[in-house]
Design a protein around this ligand. Structure first.
Ligand SMILES: [Zn+2]
Length: 117
């Protein structure tokens, strides 16, 4: 399926309304910069200052992958607003990330093996 910026924005907003995201005081989608990239070296990435979420449109996306990847990136958004995102892949997927990922997979029904991190 073809990714669009409105799809990313509405996916973020949908997830923001359900547990556990609705307890995290994440910024509204208007305060997050969404980007599409034709890189294929990864699926998606989050940066802080300003908080931005980039999805790689060159990948073969399904709607369920969009949901799961956005959920994954929203953990990184939470790290970013707490100033705990770090710079390396290892710092991004630290103990805090894995605790949040466990809660997200349990609440949303994602397979922890597929969730990444
Ligand atoms: Zn990640």
């Amino acid at each position: 399926m073809k990714l669009t910026l409105p799809l990313l924005r509405v996916t973020y907003d949908r997830l923001r309304h359900i547990a556990p995201f609705n307890r995290w005081q994440l910024p509204p989608s208007q305060a997050v910069k969404f980007l599409l990239s034709d890189e294929v070296d990864h699926w998606a990435a989050t940066c802080d200052d300003p908080v931005s979420i980039k999805f790689c449109s060159g990948r073969a996306w399904t709607l369920s992958m969009v949901d799961m990847c956005m959920a994954h990136e929203m953990i990184h958004v939470r790290q970013a607003i707490k100033g705990k995102l770090g710079d390396t892949d290892k710092e991004h997927h630290d103990k805090f990330f894995h605790q949040m990922a466990s809660a997200v997979c349990k609440e949303c029904g994602f397979d922890p093996e597929d969730f990444g991190g």
